[in-house]
Design a protein around this ligand. Sequence first.
Ligand SMILES: Cc1cc2nc3c(=O)[nH]c(=O)nc-3n(C[C@H](O)[C@H](O)[C@H](O)COP(=O)(O)OP(=O)(O)OC[C@H]3O[C@@H](n4cnc5c(N)ncnc54)[C@H](O)[C@@H]3O)c2cc1C
Length: 271
Amino acid sequence: MDDPALRAPHHDRRMSIPIMFQIDRAVPEAKDVVTLHFRGLLPYRPGQFYMVWLPGINQKPYSLSHHDAEGFGITIKRFGAFSRALSKAKKGDWVGFSGPYGNHFTITKGALFVGGGVGMASLSTAIDLTADARIIIGAVTAAGLVFRKRYASATLVTDDGSAGEKGFVTLPLQRLLDGTKKPPLVLACGPEPMLARVLDICRQAHVPCELSLERYMSCGFGICGKCVLGDRMVCYDGPVFRGEDLYKNEDFGVSKREKTGKKVSLTKSKH
Ligand SMILES: Cc1cc2nc3c(=O)[nH]c(=O)nc-3n(C[C@H](O)[C@H](O)[C@H](O)COP(=O)(O)OP(=O)(O)OC[C@H]3O[C@@H](n4cnc5c(N)ncnc54)[C@H](O)[C@@H]3O)c2cc1C
């Protein structure tokens, strides 16, 4: 980790020339979810993101899900054309990384982590640095649970009850915050309606929270305007926000912008 020869050059946040790495191995994690591992080092603080470039295709933001002395990794869920192409990439393929961009989580002993679906990818490097972390992992079905083996002591929750408790991650969260051993901080990443509910529960319990948001973005450093969230930009002011700041934000949990820039509403009906 401390070998300067392995370190990527310092990046100005607006300098976006990607550094190319070859895929070392691809590891399936869950249904439609794969981790790509790379050898070499990139500067990173848990919660930040890189713009990941597939030559000839596109670039999209991804958190690092693995970061240690051996190398780093990204964990990808297949949604659209880009994530499908990235998750099909093989050992030896070249992938570009520009960044790191954005701010980071506060590492706090005894913190509680709440990950919905591939949101676990952004939390995992923070979990790895946290003493006495407690973890809730949620997914629609058992097959979609991300990192259940990596964090064997985590509380599992599935919408259909096929693993762990049946329901949403907010059920065990509510129980833990109602109990006597309240965590000093809750860190969460997942679908925005889930995060909005996490914020409500934390506020009622007077427990601070940090929430990592995933909004559509083309540039990663404040130019394209697609990740606008009220008077903030997720790429530049986030992606990690303090709950109290989001509570006052008119767009959080309410509306988002599509890739065209069109504003559409988010539903709070689930979670
Ligand atoms: C800061 C940040 C960090 C990110 N980290 C990761 C990461 O570690 N791993 C990862 O897999 N993705 C991560 N993402 C999301 C990633 O950048 C892409 O948006 C995602 O992979 C989908 O891209 P796509 O082009 O394949 O799909 P698109 O063509 O953009 O979308 C296809 C369809 O899938 C839907 N969709 C896209 N993303 C989601 C989602 N998260 N939940 C539900 N529906 C969705 C879209 O609304 C659309 O209907 C992160 C995003 C941000 C902003």
